[in-house]
Structure formats: C-alpha cells, structure tokens
Design a protein around this ligand. Structure first.
Ligand SMILES: Cc1cc2nc3c(=O)[nH]c(=O)nc-3n(C[C@H](O)[C@H](O)[C@H](O)COP(=O)(O)OP(=O)(O)OC[C@H]3O[C@@H](n4cnc5c(N)ncnc54)[C@H](O)[C@@H]3O)c2cc1C
Length: 642
C-alpha cells in the first residue's frame, strides 16, 4: 500500500450523518447470518459488547481473551464514570456541547464526524446499560446522578461509586453470557492472539497460543474484530492492568494495518506516586476526586513541613490560580504538565519531591464528612490501604502517570482498519479522542463501538462480500493459517533460543524508563532522537541477552511477557518517530520547542491538522501518511481553560 484508504467520512450535515450512513448500510438476512463466523479478540467493554451484539444478530462468534474470565478485562478497573449528553443535571448540556468538548479537548486532532457520532450515541449507551441493570448512582428521587469531569463545565458523568467500569463490564458480561448459553458465542479463554491471518490482504482469522498447553491454535472467520485495549504498559509503570499490551494491534500493523497517532499518550495527573524501583504497577485515583479535592503545593520551594503546618497564605492552589475558570477540573494534559513543572522547580512534596497534594479538607468542612465519604468512600479506602494515610484526615499525594493511549490502529468511519475485514474497537483503535482524551469518554467510546457501531458496519462489510466470497474454510485460507502459525512458532523459538542472563522484566523496566524520559509529559527533538537510539540499543541487548526459563509447550508466563515485550520495542520506536515528526504541541503531545511564553501548547494547524497514519515496511523505515482533518461545525481555536 502506498496511500491511505478512504476514511469513508459522511458528507452533509453532521447532525444526521450517522443516521443517514446507518440507514444506507446493506443488511443480511438472519438465515445467512447464521452461516457467517466472526472472531472477536478481547473481552473488555468493547469486545464483550461487540461479541454480545453480533451474536444477538445471529452470527457465530468466537471470543478470544487471555483472561480466565471476561470479567478480568482491564475495563473492570475504570473508576470515575461514563459521559452522556442527557442534560439530567439541567445545566445546559446537549449533544452539540459534548461534541464540542470532545473535539476541543482533543485539541482538534480528531475527526469531527466521529466526535459528533460519539456524542449522539452517548445517550443510548446509558439507556442500554440501565436496562441491563447497571447500578448507576441515583438521586433521592430516583433519577440518575451526575458529576463533573475535567475539560467540561457541565455535569454529565454517570457513575457507580468508584466502580463504574466494573459495573458496566458486568452488564456487558451478562449480555455476553446469555449468548454463550444460547450457543452463539464460543468463549475461548486463556488464549493469546499472536498473529493475524490474512489472505490477499483481507483478514481471515487469528493464530493464538493456548496459555495452558502452549499449543498454537488458529481460528478462521469471515471478519475479525480486534478489541484488545491500549498500550500504555510500554512505559512499564502505568495505571493499566499488568497484562495489557500491544501485541494484537502490533501484529496486525506488521501485516499491513496502518497505525495512527502512536505518540498520543495520556499521562493522568492523579495517580498514587510510585514507591520503589521494583513496583510493577501504579494506581489511579479517579479524576472525579478533583470535583471536591483541591490541588496545591507549598508556595516556597523546598518546604518540607507536613501539610497541616503550612498555613493557607503559604499554599499555592496552582490550578485554581492559573485556570480560574476550570480550576482543578482542567483537562488531564494541562494538570499533569503544571504538576510536573512545579515539582521540577522544587515545590513537590513527598519522596523525591515528586507529588502534589489533593486536599479534601475544605469539602469536608463545607459539605460534611458523610457526603464526601459516600461520594468517594471506596477510592479513599483504596488510597489508605496502599499508603497508610486516611484522605479524610490528611491530603492525598498524587503524581502524573501513563494511563491511556489515544493512538492505535487507524480505522475509517466504519471502524474498519486498512486491512479489509479487520475491525478495531475501543482503546485499540485511534478513535475520537484526538491528542487528548477527556475523562469518562473512553468507556463511552468502547461501548459506542461495541454495542452500536460495529454491529451495523461489520454487517455491511459482510453483506458487500456477497455469498460467493471466499469462506473461512477455503484451502487458501488454511494455507494462510499455516504460514501465520509458522511465523508465531518462529518467534517463540527465537526467544527461547537466546538463552541469555537477563529476565524480561528488567528489559521492560529499562524500556519504560527510556520512554518516560524521552516520550513522556514533555518531549523535544533532541530527547526523541536520543530515545530512538537508546531503544534500538536496548532491543539489540534484548535479542542478545534475554533469558526465558521453561519451554513452549507448557504454561509459561515469562515467554508470554517476552513475546509482548518484543512487540513493545517496535511500537516504542514508532511512538518516538511519530512524536519527532509532529513538530507542534497539541493536547498530551507537548514539544518543548512549541510552547507559548506562558508554557501552553502551540499547535501548528497549517502543517499538522492531520492524523498521522504509519505504514510498516519490512526492513525499511515506515511511511507516514497524512489524513487531513477539516472542520465545519467548530473551527479550531486555541484551547483556553482560563
Ligand atoms: C485505572 C483506570 C481507570 C479508568 N477510569 C476510567 C473512567 O472512569 N472512565 C472512562 O471512560 N475510562 C476510564 N479508563 C479507561 C478505560 O477503562 C479503558 O480505556 C477501557 O476500559 C478500554 O476498554 P477496551 O474494551 O478497549 O479494552 P480492555 O478493557 O483493555 O480489554 C482488552 C481485552 O483484550 C484482551 N486482549 C488483549 N490482547 C490480547 C491478545 N493478544 N489475545 C487475546 N486477548 C487479548 C484482554 O484479555 C482484554 O480482555 C480507566 C482506565 C484505568 C486504567
């Protein structure tokens, strides 16, 4: 491929674009659907929702996940909530406002049509989840409660205490298990997808490693849906579930799927700071806490007094000072950068001066401890268990940490990648978030993709293939499976054959440190170039000195990690390249060469109002394609949260 496929964006008014598109999509009769097979990879919100919805339509679905139960998917960890433009709070919200906040929050690096569709579908998601029995928080009168999240001035976030992801996932899981019981979904747990099977450039199935037996298994299908989540664990220390990785999308990329905006990584401002060098994961403190918690640091650099001994006049509520209009609810990229700057300047508190206070004292004094407890009880409990400090009595200490990836496989308006028949949903695609994802919008996007968009567009693609299209059991497909299986086998054998001295985790930690240093909250040309050289050198060491104990034909956690890390090396280099090529600052991508005198991001709309979509070329540098972005309803403006 040497050009970008048609993104199939709708023409005409945005307000009716999705309805017009959907109404124009071809359908398939229920009888025919029963003869068609779809493989879904991933059992998080996007994958479970898609598998349940496609099976409900009548397709034969196989769902592959490396967990022992779909309920363990990383989506279970989502705490704060899910957005929807319902205007229940009667504070002026609308589809147009959610659309505008999403597009502006993403710093105008997302497609307008996608953002509009997301806002439009958001209401139906809440209806569907309520109907499934998801226990959203309610007001005294029984209506659903809302709270506020960063980057918006209305309360549109629906939540279930601090366990929104868990409750939504259980809703999707119920819907999925109904289809399992009906025999329409085959649940294939403890399988990890290692390769995508393609024939003549069309997706035809996946090769998986059975994590219990070590055997390689192939699953062929008329369409493949990847919903394998994000890749923040490239930083090693992140808020993501330990096993979250990039292998499924990276392998598809190597088979020809374009990778879009890989460098757009969200660093979340409110995580519990890391304790020691051998920690393997960071814990998020939901953004919803900033509704009532106030962020501050000592005015004087190097002030080591405990927080209760620092008088009001000697505190700097820096977000409220710098952004009077949004205050503590500025978007995540802004809050993270400001916290880091002050910590770099010596104002930080705690171990190594790398944290800021999130203080509930004023909220408790004005609203009472009972209200604050009810609102954030389980988050406080989690914090106390990890740090030993009760946030009701003393401020939390928080610091930014890698959290979410806005980049992912390039998809068109139908969520199809540049490989025909390969659809990508949820955090695995590059989606609607542009250069920055606003809080509570990932759950919304994953469920919009899974429940509402893919069921329509996958059907349309299958309908367009016609009855004579090559089937999954065709001999040529079998041949392609064999070839993909040999690729997987070759990689496993090569990793085991290194027989070096250094364990996978030590390489992963080193990669994470390099990525944080060179491709983290702040980037520069010199840093990115140094990062590229250092990651390539580390990868060479990995290939020379890796030690994977055990064999291929048995459960082997170290081998699983080594396979994932070998993919992270390739992805890390693509992230660095992408960050280097984007000579502007936008959203979470902050290049220090491109900032205003006040330290705000300076976009270059003339040269970079596009999606960067990377094409892999074996043995040669990848090609950077550009999909231009155009705007009709809302013109790009400088993000201003003051
Ligand atoms: C701590 C935390 C809190 C969050 N809070 C919020 C919030 O309040 N609101 C919000 O909107 N968003 C939140 N997010 C983000 C949100 O949770 C995720 O973006 C979203 O859940 C991703 O869903 P997903 O279905 O795309 O992927 P995931 O839930 O990550 O699921 C991926 C699935 O793919 C499977 N998989 C991956 N690779 C393979 C492979 N190679 N083979 C087989 N299976 C594979 C995994 O087994 C898993 O089942 C939070 C994230 C974190 C980390």
């Amino acid at each position: 491929m040497s050009c970008l496929p048609d993104p199939r964006l709708p023409t005409g008014p945005l307000a009716t674009a999705w309805r017009r598109t959907r109404d124009g999509l071809p359908l398939i009769s229920p009888l025919r659907k029963r003869q068609l097979r779809i493989v879904v990879v991933g059992s998080g919100l996007a994958g479970s929702a898609a598998a349940a919805s496609l099976a409900e339509q009548g397709y034969q679905v196989q769902l592959v996940t490396f967990h022992d139960s779909p309920r363990r998917a990383h989506s279970v960890a989502a705490q704060g909530g899910i957005n929807a433009a319902k205007n229940y709070a009667n504070d002026g919200d609308s589809v147009e406002r959610l659309f505008a906040d999403t597009l502006k929050g993403g710093d105008f690096r997302a497609r307008e049509a996608g953002c509009y569709r997301l806002a439009e579908i958001s209401g139906a998601i809440i209806d569907q989840c309520v109907a499934q029995g998801v226990p959203f928080a309610r007001e005294y009168g029984g209506t659903l409660a809302n709270r506020n999240f960063g980057g918006s001035q209305v309360s549109r976030t629906f939540y279930a205490r601090g366990q929104t992801g868990q409750q939504l996932l259980y809703g999707a899981y119920q819907a999925l298990m109904r289809q399992v019981a009906a025999g329409r979904v085959e649940l294939l747990t403890r399988r990890e997808m290692l390769e995508l099977v393609t024939l003549d450039g069309v997706a035809r199935g996946v090769v998986c490693r059975n994590l219990l037996s070590g055997e390689l298994e192939t699953y062929t299908a008329n369409a493949v849906v990847l919903a394998s989540g994000g890749y923040t664990n490239v930083y090693y220390l992140s808020t993501n579930a330990l096993k979250s990785n990039a292998s499924a999308i990276w392998r598809a990329h190597l088979e020809g799927a374009l990778f879009a905006n890989p460098c757009f990584t969200q660093i979340h401002p409110t995580c519990i700071p890391s304790g020691d060098a051998y920690q393997s994961k960071l814990t998020l403190m939901s953004e919803s806490l900033r509704n009532d918690g106030r962020v501050w640091l000592p005015l004087k650099a190097g002030d080591r007094r405990p927080p209760d001994q620092i008088p009001e006049a000697e505190r700097d509520y820096f977000l409220e000072r710098q952004y009077p209009s949004y205050g503590n609810m500025v978007p995540r990229d802004v809050a993270s950068r400001r916290a880091r700057e002050l910590c770099d300047g010596g104002h930080g508190v705690g171990q190594g001066g790398r944290s800021v206070y999130l203080d509930f004292h004023d909220a408790i004094a004005s609203q009472g401890s009972e209200i604050i407890e009810t609102r954030y009880g389980n988050l406080f409990e989690m914090y106390q268990r990890i740090t030993g400090v009760d946030p009701m009595a003393a401020p939390m200490r928080i610091y930014p940490a890698p959290h979410y990836t806005m980049g992912g496989l390039w998809v068109d308006y139908h969520l199809m990648s540049s490989i025909p028949g390969l659809f990508v949903l949820g955090e695995a695609n590059f989606s609607e978030h542009g250069a920055n994802r606003l809080g509570a919008s990932a759950l919304m996007q994953g469920l919009a993709d899974g429940y509402f968009i893919a069921p329509a567009t996958v059907t349309a693609w299958l309908a367009e293939q016609g009855a004579t299209a090559i089937g999954p059991d065709d001999p040529a497909v079998r041949e392609a499976c064999l070839e993909a299986g040999q690729r997987a086998q070759g990689r496993i054998e090569a990793l085991l054959a290194v027989a070096g001295t250094r364990p996978v985790d030590s390489f992963h930690r080193a990669l994470g440190q390099l990525m944080l240093e060179h491709c983290g909250i702040i980037r520069s040309a010199a840093g990115l170039q140094a990062g590229l050289a250092a990651v390539a050198e580390l990868e060479a060491q990995f290939q020379r000195d890796l030690r994977v104990p055990g064999g291929a034909h048995e459960p082997n956690g170290e081998l699983e990690k080594a396979l994932r890390l070998s993919d992270f090396f390739g992805l890390a280099q693509l992230m660095l390249r992408d960050a280097l090529a984007r000579e502007e600052s936008c959203g979470a991508h902050f290049r220090e060469e491109h900032q205003s005198s006040g330290g705000e991001a300076v976009r270059d709309d003339q040269h970079f109002a596009h999606i960067a979509a990377w094409e892999h070329r074996p043995g040669a540098a990848p090609i950077r394609h550009q999909e231009p972005l155009s705007f009709s309803l809302l013109q790009p403006s400088t993000r201003n949260y003051q």
